[in-house]
Ligand binder design. Structure first.
Ligand SMILES: Cc1cc2nc3c(=O)[nH]c(=O)nc-3n(C[C@H](O)[C@H](O)[C@H](O)COP(=O)(O)OP(=O)(O)OC[C@H]3O[C@@H](n4cnc5c(N)ncnc54)[C@H](O)[C@@H]3O)c2cc1C
Length: 159
């Protein structure tokens, strides 16, 4: 078995009785396979296997409405909220705090399992056309730290 990570421009096409998988624009193929399982969204499937999919189905799948999710994962030296051991904070999304949830994952799975670091993730669902996707990584990180400091003002001093 081979595992390929961070594969971009993956394409699947028929080659006689088999399926050929290759990187678009790269000379080396990933190989020939009897069967292929794609465990991604229908939208992604239409990108990687457009030549194999019936035109009507392709149209149906590309017009399916979908939301994207933007997730910021933080690895902190200390717990975000050591006083209150909450796992999940449901938030009201605002311009200042553009997240629907903040999760202190290490109140559920011990920090020891993450090398002693405390795992926090902040997430929000966005329409695929939402202009918020254009916000830079730096700005999103700034917002995430601001939201963390809102939960625990003491954290502000150590950031
Ligand atoms: C913030 C958040 C919190 C959640 N919390 C929970 C929870 O507590 N409990 C729970 O049960 N579920 C939770 N979920 C839901 C859970 O994460 C999903 O249901 C699950 O990850 C779906 O798995 P999947 O394998 O179907 O899809 P994904 O995990 O989305 O995997 C799809 C994969 O396909 C890859 N891909 C996409 N396009 C291409 C392409 N063109 N070429 C190659 N690869 C491609 C992607 O990179 C990705 O790795 C949460 C989700 C979010 C966003």
């Amino acid at each position: 078995m081979r595992i390929h990570l961070k594969v971009q421009g993956l394409q699947i096409q028929r080659s006689n009785e088999k399926f050929l998988i290759y990187h678009e624009g790269k000379p080396q193929d990933l190989g020939l396979f009897d069967h292929v399982i794609v465990a991604a969204s229908p939208g992604a499937l239409t990108q990687v296997a457009s030549k194999l999919i019936d035109r009507n189905l392709l149209q149906k799948w590309t017009s399916l409405p979908a939301l994207g999710v933007r997730v910021v994962l933080l690895s902190l030296k200390e717990a975000l909220n050591p006083e209150k051991k909450y796992y999940w904070y449901s938030l009201r999304r605002t311009k200042e705090h553009p997240f629907l949830a903040l999760v202190e994952h290490t109140t559920f799975v011990p920090a020891e399992q993450f090398g002693g670091e405390h795992m926090i993730y902040l997430a929000t669902y966005l329409d695929t056309q939402d202009p918020d996707w254009k916000t830079s990584d730096e700005e999103v990180l700034k917002c995430a730290l601001r939201t963390c400091a809102h939960i625990n003002p003491a954290l502000n001093r150590s950031l």
